[in-house]
Design a protein around this ligand. Structure first.
Ligand SMILES: Nc1ncnc2c1ncn2[C@@H]1O[C@H](COP(=O)(O)OP(=O)(O)OP(=O)(O)O)[C@@H](O)[C@H]1O
Length: 921
């Protein structure tokens, strides 16, 4: 079959040294030219296939006569015919010589391709640059031949083409298949002719994959090795970059996993307590599941389960206890109702009737809205257009609750994706002939771990944390908290998650309703109480006590259960004022031991338990810088504004009441500080939305009550400001612990008004702070302008909020009267003033807003400015003073502290020097 070369670039002359001519080797040669880009064209339509624009170096002879051309072709043919025809698997007697030739060419090509791959693989270890230069150095002729043959081979065989396509598809799939697939694919690459480009691509893909694998294996996890961490958890820890266990994790894991002891853990905020209880929990569940699986297998094989389980080691004792419990579960569940409604419409909007207790976890009000993404909290909740930070944000606080307001569907991404039929657990009674059914049932097992937390946000966070740690297992984690429709949570529970993270109120509500999965709480093998000191506070969580009562009902179950009790302030002791102690001679001083004893008793912890107390003696971590600003109550707003304006890092401001948060939100919004409120009276989705916004903004400002004080792990919070001093030392520790987490620096500042003084003293005493906290340095130059702004903002807020409050109350009263069909005496309603008075008030507000807006455009300080120098344009240029400090707040406080220390020590040094001089005299 005639083949033609179609030039795609210009022929370039090639110089040949004279010696070659003299030897007579090139007597027929007229000229020598080189073609770097070309296309092979065959008369056969099937062979008409383009070569790639492979830029190659070639030595070509341009024949000037037909005889010379034919000679050249013959030469080429002879070269190509070298391989034995027998080597070709496709050779057939019926085929033409041309076809034979092509097959031979293909075989030849295959060999070269394989050789090439080997070469390229070897070259992988060298730099890319080197590889390129190596290729250039190779003989041009060889590469030409390779290129030609490759193209012919490709075009020649449609079947082959298909195979190649398959190979490509396969190579796409291989990524998913992992190692095994990759090995197979490599084989495929060897067997098939592949283009050079494809080869290089494949090899580079392979290298990328092996790099990924390396990354995975590269993380040195040796420090976790003696801590009995399950393999899949190690893998996810490695991925998270957690190569070193924190001290609390190192201390707790062996006792919890190897010795299966109950653990009471106290360690500083941000020290990794969640994983300290999370890893043992995951371990226990994996061990339990493995045991059940083995039992199932032995059942299906006709072996007696009890025999095999009796002979097991290590975990056996515990597992046996579990199986004992399981028997109970079976009995228990047999009596319970079977649910088969996993196909329910997931888009229902339901009314929520949370019964959660405590200031931190109250019922939410609801309203309709669009779904939004809450990345950091892993939730999809419905959106609100209230625009926090906007002038309308006040409405949010005053609006009466609406019935159809709720979390959107599946907002709490529980990670429970399996459809579940029922919560029955009768795998032990299953016929050995039905292994698949039994395995399915086994997957829908009882509740294996319950984690109780005081707030919804913390519960969601813990759930996310555990899901990450357990991502290479089949363990399902669900969150059950108030503020979500209980029907949806019931659906989540039907999927039988092994772990439930919950706030006590909603959990108890569902238990009371007889939710079948939660009914297995009576056989609960793992219980964790996070922030335990808060959870057991008197009258705080009534439901908590009821849950514990139920879980501890069966003494055998309680004894076989593993219980974890954690908090940063578990061992914090309040000494109390000495004069009171002296007066009440009989008063017993609460010490660590008695505090823990009380916890053990109330939570049903086993008598033999391990206490790990790594909490710092001063309550807070070393990396936390603390400071104070003593001031009048009135000036607190100004100082707060000052800190925010000077140090615009991510800041969390705590106030003692929801009303204070509301007021500050309004004022700081007017001052364009973009605050985000967070308190228990807000709708749950708005709470999460604000947390998410705060987390994603490096200069975010969150104004919160103590609902955000415990456990929240928001990355890189730079400052915590206590607008009001917390009433307990525990709250001070937890609030301050939102910054300076995981060995990072952070600042905690207390604004101390006259009403805060005694609480401040108490905190300093309880936390054994050996000295008064340093003053937070303030530059007086800015204060007057700041004060004027703040005062105006306060006036606006007062007028606006006052009118709004009256309006809402009147509306509510009128509505109630209408429902009761009674007339309302006008005297009972708030006087909103005449219409002209109302119009006047509105106008006044507009002026004030305008004035504030102008004020905010002015510089904060006009020092260095005499006001005498008009510019070319005739306007005065007010020098703009950069208000944001170039130093961090932490550095500012630390430097001020050092200067103060120096100034204290200096006079005494001077005195000494003087004494020395006097003596000399
Ligand atoms: N071994 C580890 N290596 C690195 N980071 C870790 C490790 N363990 C936990 N962390 C990270 O440290 C941070 C704090 O952990 P965690 O929230 O568990 O602290 P905590 O002790 O429970 O704090 P708090 O008392 O405030 O609740 C988290 O971001 C967590 O992912």
């Amino acid at each position: 079959m005639p083949l033609h070369v179609k030039a795609k670039s210009k022929w370039k002359s090639v110089t040949i040294d004279n010696e070659s001519f003299q030897k007579g080797n090139l007597k027929d040669l007229l000229c020598c030219e080189e073609l770097s880009s070309y296309e092979i064209i065959s008369d056969n339509p099937v062979v008409k296939k383009k070569s790639n624009d492979t830029t190659i170096r070639s030595n070509s002879m341009k024949a000037t006569s037909p005889s010379e051309e034919s000679k050249l072709k013959k030469k080429k043919k002879r070269k190509k015919k070298k391989p034995k025809p027998a080597e070709s698997p496709n050779t057939s007697d019926e085929k033409t010589d041309d076809v034979n030739e092509k097959v031979i060419i293909k075989e030849n090509n295959k060999k070269k391709t394989v050789q090439k791959i080997k070469e390229i693989k070897q070259d992988q270890s060298k730099s890319v640059k080197q590889t390129k230069s190596n290729k250039k150095q190779k003989s041009g002729g060889k590469i030409v031949q390779h290129g030609v043959i490759e193209d012919i081979a490709k075009s020649d065989a449609p079947e082959e083409e298909q195979d190649n396509d398959k190979t490509k598809q396969f190579s796409k799939k291989k990524k998913k298949r992992g190692k095994r697939g990759k090995r197979k694919n490599n084989q495929a690459v060897k067997d098939e002719p592949v283009s050079k480009k494809q080869k290089v691509n494949d090899v580079s893909k392979e290298t990328e994959e092996s790099k990924d694998e390396e990354k995975e294996t590269k993380a040195d996890m040796s420090e976790w090795m003696n801590l009995y961490v399950p393999e899949p958890v190690l893998k996810s820890l490695g991925e998270e970059g957690f190569t070193t266990p924190t001290p609390i994790q190192t201390q707790i894991l062996p006792s919890a996993i190897r010795d299966r002891m109950d653990v009471i853990g106290a360690a500083a905020t941000g020290s990794g307590k969640t994983l300290a209880f999370g890893i043992p929990l995951i371990h226990n569940i994996l061990a339990y599941k493995e045991k059940i699986k083995q039992q199932l297998e032995s059942r299906t094989n006709g072996t007696d389960i009890s025999d095999s389980s009796d002979n097991e080691e290590s975990d056996i004792e515990d597992s046996d206890n579990h199986s004992e419990s399981d028997q109970d579960i079976v009995q228990n569940e047999e009596n319970s109702e079977t649910n088969n409604d996993s196909d329910e419409d997931e888009n229902d909007e339901e009314t929520e009737n949370s019964s959660d207790n405590g200031e931190e976890d109250q019922d939410m009000d609801y309203e309709n809205a669009k779904p939004i993404e809450l990345s950091s909290f892993g939730l999809d909740v419905t959106d609100l257009d209230t625009g926090i930070g906007s002038d309308e944000s006040d409405e949010e606080f005053d609006r009466p609750p609406s019935d159809d307001d709720d979390f959107s569907d599946e907002e709490a991404t529980t990670g429970c994706v399996r459809a579940v039929n029922n919560v029955k657990f009768p795998w032990l009674d299953e016929e050995p002939t039905a292994p698949t059914k039994a395995v399915k049932r086994y997957q829908n097992g009882p509740l294996l771990g319950l984690i109780l937390t005081p707030t919804r946000e913390l519960a969601i966070q813990v759930k996310n944390h555990l899901e990450t740690a357990a991502k290479y297992t089949d363990i399902k984690v669900a969150v059950i908290v108030g503020g979500m429709a209980s029907q949806k949570q019931e659906r989540i529970l039907k999927r039988c998650p092994e772990i439930v993270v919950a706030t006590p109120g909603r959990l108890w509500e569902l238990i009371e309703q007889g939710e079948p999965h939660l009914a297995t709480i009576k056989q609960l093998p793992n219980l964790i109480i996070d922030e335990a000191d808060r959870m057991v506070e008197k009258g705080h969580f009534e439901e908590m006590e009821k849950i514990l009562e139920l879980a501890n009902e069966n003494e055998d179950v309680r004894k076989s259960r593993q219980t974890f009790v954690f908090s940063a302030t578990l061992t914090l002791i309040h000494s109390g004022p000495l004069r009171v102690m002296k007066k009440q001679k009989k008063a017993i001083k609460m010490d660590k031991a008695s505090k823990l004893e009380e916890l053990v008793r109330r939570l049903g912890v086993k008598d033999k338990h391990k206490v790990v107390d790594l909490s710092p003696s001063v309550g807070t971590v070393d990396t936390l810088t603390e400071a104070k600003i003593p001031c009048t109550t009135e000036d607190k707003d100004v100082y707060l504004y000052y800190i925010l304006a000077h140090y615009p890092g991510r800041t969390l401001v705590f106030a003692n009441s929801k009303d204070c948060v509301r007021r500050l939100t309004s004022i700081l919004t007017l001052l364009k500080c973009n605050p985000l409120p967070l308190h228990a009276d807000m709708q749950q989705r708005q709470r999460l939305k604000n947390l998410d916004r705060f987390t994603s903004n490096a200069k975010g400002l969150l104004l919160a009550t103590d609902v955000a004080a415990r456990g929240l792990d928001i990355p890189n919070v730079e400052h915590v400001i206590h607008y009001q001093v917390p009433r307990t030392s525990e709250n001070y520790v937890h609030r301050s612990g939102r910054t300076a987490r995981a060995n990072k620096e952070g600042l905690s500042v207390m604004l101390i008004g006259p009403e805060d003084n005694r609480y401040y003293r108490k905190i300093i005493n309880t936390l054994n702070k050996d000295e008064d906290l340093p003053m937070f340095p303030i530059e007086i130059a800015y204060m007057n302008t700041m004060k004027a702004r703040v005062q105006l903002a306060r006036r606006i807020d007062k007028q606006e909020h006052g009118a709004k409050k009256k309006h809402v109350q009147n509306d509510w009263f009128l509505k109630a009267a209408e429902e009761m069909e009674i007339d309302v005496d006008d005297n009972l309603l708030h006087d909103m003033g005449s219409s002209s008075e109302q119009a006047h008030s509105k106008q006044e507000l507009t002026y004030m807003r305008l004035e504030l807006s102008n004020m905010l455009k002015q510089p904060l300080s006009q020092r260095n400015f005499s006001g005498k120098y008009p510019t070319k344009s005739g306007k005065l240029v007010v020098p703009y003073l950069e208000v944001a400090s170039t130093k961090t707040a932490v550095t500012t406080v630390q430097e001020a502290k050092k200067t103060k220390q120096d100034s204290v020590t200096l006079p005494s040094k001077r005195k000494k020097k003087n004494k020395f001089k006097n003596k000399q005299k």
